[in-house]
Design a protein around this ligand. Structure first.
Ligand SMILES: [Ca+2]
Ligand SMILES: [Ca+2]
Length: 268
């Protein structure tokens, strides 16, 4: 089935789970990168400037057209994570962002990682700043179905236009199918897949997918949200990230983790 083919590009990786029950700490974390949170204690935070965080909180509060799914504390924690990831710089560049998508969220497709970067980089300056990080993760991690549909459509429309063209469908499917098939010349079968896709999803029969086609199709079959490859974190990585976020709030009661503690989670 089309969706399976595309989705399985984010293939299973057998990851070990480790569980620690420590009186002073808490942790249950899993990952090929061996995330370690067991040593969390009350620490002095890394230097996330109060002013920078307040700016993000103020901007979020101003955006009344967007629904925010993070609490104030969680936004502060996301800012702390951002500062850690950028080593106290103000912005994340494209390459660093791709590393994060790959290592933290298990994304692998170069084309789609670039599109996700572009979706985060709202002011289109080639960098993701702290506000863009929080606003982007709001949909990427916790978006409603409608928000995720809009995000995915924007990523799949490779030129950022209002339609996903036949050529773009071909390119996207080729990129995700190649990874698993290893066929010598899969173009013919991909062309067939393009036709199947259009037949299924092109509701208004204009030979391309508009957002109306895409939305209606995903609402019929939610798996189609990932029909052209992974544009959201896989479930396990999402859970890991959410756990870290919860722990940052629960354990330190509003204070940030120490740089060493964050390094044990996010450095690879
Ligand atoms: Ca930007
Ligand atoms: Ca159409």
């Amino acid at each position: 089935m089309l969706t399976k083919t595309a989705m399985s590009s984010a293939k299973d990786k057998n990851i070990r789970s480790a569980q620690h029950n420590d009186a002073t700490a808490i942790r249950k974390v899993h990952s090929r990168h061996t995330w370690k949170l067991e040593s969390i204690s009350h620490g002095h935070g890394p230097p996330v400037s109060r002013k920078a965080v307040q700016y993000v909180l103020d901007e979020v509060a101003k955006r009344r057209n967007e629904k925010f799914h993070f609490s104030k504390q969680e936004i502060e924690s996301l800012c702390t994570i951002f500062r850690h990831l950028t080593k106290n710089a103000d912005k994340i560049d494209r390459n660093r962002f791709r590393d994060i998508l790959n290592n933290t969220f298990d994304m692998t497709d170069d084309i789609l990682m670039d599109r996700v970067f572009k979706a985060f980089d709202r002011d289109n300056d080639g960098q993701v700043n702290m506000l863009e990080w929080v606003v982007g993760l709001n949909t990427y991690l916790r978006g409603t179905l409608d928000e995720k549909i809009a995000f995915a459509f924007n990523c799949y429309s490779l030129k950022g236009e209002k339609h996903i063209t036949r050529e773009e469908i071909f390119q996207l499917l080729k990129s995700s199918v190649l990874k698993q098939a290893g066929d010598e010349d899969p173009d013919e079968s991909i062309k067939e897949l393009v036709e199947i896709t259009l037949k299924k999803m092109d509701k208004d029969h204009d030979n391309r997918l508009g957002d109306g086609d895409f939305t209606a199709s995903v609402k019929e079959d939610p798996l189609l949200l990932a029909c052209f490859g992974q544009v959201f974190p896989n479930q396990r990585r999402k859970n890991d990230f959410e756990k870290t976020l919860a722990q940052m709030s629960d354990v330190v009661f509003g204070q940030s983790l120490s740089p060493q503690q964050l390094a044990s989670v996010f450095d690879y």
